[in-house]
Design a protein around this ligand. Structure first.
Ligand code: KIV
Ligand code: NA
Length: 264
């Protein structure tokens, strides 16, 4: 197997090749997405909603994400595995961010980390990137800032578009290898993508980013609740699993499982 490296992502931008990214939180998903040729897997703090059942990503801790990172790294022989830095694990200082990044590399086996925030976090990116930890930045709507941003709202409209570009440039300058643009107008994402040397990864950011990312449970219809407008479900896994569970339950109740074929 040939591991995706950050220089491959830079080369794809130069060649104008788009690439897909998905979250993964466990071994089976990692194996399947790696086999599907997804070059970058994110162990997102979206595990807060999608694995742990929290209302948002804010309560997620490093200790909660660590075993998920290990599981995904173990299941993905080819993908570049990015570990999300949870809320409170880097905001205090660049040194705190570096310590958290080191933990995800040493204990989790991650190949890179991701953190949320604009130019204020350039020193954090620099501390990590300068120490050998590739950093993916994340601007626009940043879920860890939900309460400061006043809920799930599109970012970078009007004058805020210029600030978004300044943030992106500052993060690139600090050494980020890519930047996620979440819920920003398509024309602003297009401008950022054109200005940056490093790839942009869009989620709700229109068609002109260098890459796209989705939460896998949204992408595959495992999450049957309300979805943001940018989500396109490519399967109805939730219904498939519901039907399987119902069929199993009926068989057990009816005495049809296990039959002779499934007994010793
Ligand atoms: O945690 C997450 O899933 C993310 C992506 C949606 C970018 O940060
Ligand atoms: Na995240």
């Amino acid at each position: 197997p040939k591991r995706t490296r950050i220089h491959h992502l830079a080369e794809m931008k130069q060649r104008g090749e788009r690439w897909p990214m998905l979250t993964a939180y466990d071994r089976y998903a990692a194996e399947i997405f790696d086999e599907a040729g997804i070059p970058v897997l994110l162990v997102g703090d979206s595990a807060g909603n999608n694995v742990f059942g929290y209302d948002n990503t804010i309560p997620v801790t490093v200790d909660e994400l660590m075993p998920l990172v290990k599981a995904v790294v173990g299941g993905a022989p080819n993908a570049l595995v990015v570990a999300d830095l949870p809320f409170g694990s880097y905001q205090v200082s660049p040194a705190q961010g570096l310590e958290t990044g080191i933990r995800f590399m040493k204990e989790g086996g991650a190949h890179a980390v991701k953190l949320e925030g604009g130019a204020r976090f350039a020193p954090h990116v620099e501390a990590l990137a300068g120490s050998g930890i590739p950093v993916m930045a994340h601007i626009g709507f940043t879920p860890q800032h939900e309460h400061a941003l006043g809920g799930f709202r599109i970012q970078g409209r009007g004058d805020a578009g210029d600030r978004l570009i300044e943030d992106a440039l500052a993060l690139q300058e600090a050494g980020a290898f890519a930047v996620v643009l979440e819920m920003v107008p398509a024309d602003v994402a297009k401008r950022v993508t054109g200005e940056l040397r490093i790839p942009t990864v869009g989620i709700g950011a229109g068609p002109d980013c260098d890459a796209q990312v989705l939460v896998w449970s949204d992408m595959a219809g495992m999450n049957r609740g309300r979805k943001p407008r940018f989500v396109k479900p490519y399967a109805d896994l939730g219904s498939i699993l519901l039907d399987a569970a119902k069929a199993y339950a009926a068989d057990v109740r009816g005495g049809e499982y296990p039959d002779a074929e499934h007994s010793y």
